[in-house]
Ligand binder design. Structure first.
Ligand code: HEC
Length: 162
């Protein structure tokens, strides 16, 4: 009888201990999230000027590229509110910097050697990335739209390698 009661008490104090630890862990995470906001990387969202665009075969094809590709491959990035909050801001900045470096439809006055891969990346479902589509439903092209975009890219830059 006493033994059982003692055991029960222990169980309860274990719970209290556990809740204390969980509370502490949660508080630490919150403090960490606040502190990392001080790091300036990923906060500068001034888009460089649009210098020159490729000769899009139609406004429709351009619109599709704007919806699916321009966030990372142009100087007309629209920055969502969470692009101001670390660590999301860091990941987004990295994607945009790297995307623009690889291929930038706003800087057609410099060589864009990856352009000819445009059609292929869409055909193979590599671009836009699945996580981008998940967060941006407007980038989720229908199969007809995808076909138009691929066709447009092929008209401009060829079918790509492979
Ligand atoms: C969320 C950002 C993002 C979006 C949206 C996006 N890209 Fe990319 N893209 C990247 C990044 C980052 C790279 C370089 C690293 C890599 O290859 O994953 C890249 C690389 C590329 C390359 C170079 C070849 C290759 O496979 O690495 C091509 C071509 C390309 N993208 C085309 C497109 C096209 C076409 C669209 C729209 C249909 C698009 N991308 C949408 C971020 C993006």
């Amino acid at each position: 009888m006493w033994a059982i009661r003692a055991q029960q008490t222990d169980g309860i104090s274990d719970m209290v201990q556990l809740r204390k630890y969980l509370g502490l862990a949660l508080a630490s995470i919150i403090v960490l999230l606040v502190v990392i906001q001080i790091i300036p990387y990923g906060r500068n969202h001034t888009n460089p000027p649009v210098r020159m665009e490729p000769a899009w075969p139609s406004q429709e094809v351009r619109n599709l590229a704007v919806r699916a590709c321009y966030a990372c491959h142009s100087n007309e990035t629209t920055w969502p509110w969470y692009s101001n909050i670390a660590p999301a801001s860091w990941l987004i900045q990295r994607d945009v910097d790297e995307g623009r470096r690889e291929l930038n439809y706003s800087e057609w006055d410099r060589p864009q050697k990856e352009a000819r891969e445009s059609a292929k990346t869409v055909r193979e479902g590599e671009m836009p990335q699945w996580y981008y589509v998940l967060l941006h439903p407007s980038a989720n092209l229908s199969s007809t739209e995808r076909a138009s975009l691929i066709q447009g890219f092929e008209t401009m830059f060829g079918a790509g390698e492979r």
